[in-house]
Ligand binder design. Sequence first.
Ligand code: HEC
Length: 150
Amino acid sequence: MKVTKLLSALFLCALVAGYSSLREPLAQTGQTSAPSSAALIERGKYLVERVAMCIDCHSPRTPTGEFDQKRWLQGSVLDFAPRHPIPNWTDIAPAIAGLPGYTEEEAVRLLETGLGPNGKPLRPPMPPYRLNHEDALAVVAYLKSLGGKK
Ligand code: HEC
């Protein structure tokens, strides 16, 4: 009996300690549950570079086939084509660093619905993404942070 009590007391202590160490950094920065913009941008970078692979189409490569780090996400002519004709196919993936020509709202909507600013889907092979709102915000925060060519 005693041991069980001791154990549950210890468990409670650990729980409280864990909780307050979680709360502390938030209290210090005065943040609520919303992620900081740095965390949002970091998640967006992960989604763009590791998950949705936007870089595959939108980042130009050097003649030897590696990504051109100096022109990261600054638009590319696609190196591949469909085996059969696909209506509206375009082989130009425009620059998306800084999201030129797109407001944040338009870009979020594109990533959530697949629809461009004119309410129509973009041309293939741009995939009609259906990201959730948080992921769309993160991708847009990252792309906007890149500034892009002015
Ligand atoms: C398979 C290739 C491919 C991938 C992967 C891809 N795109 Fe695209 N993207 C395109 C093409 C091609 C266009 C041009 C479509 C058009 O002109 O209608 C485009 C257009 C866009 C545009 C509109 C740009 C403009 O100025 O009109 C945005 C924004 C965009 N893509 C964002 C993204 C993001 C963000 C990702 C990753 C989440 C992504 N794309 C992944 C091929 C791709």
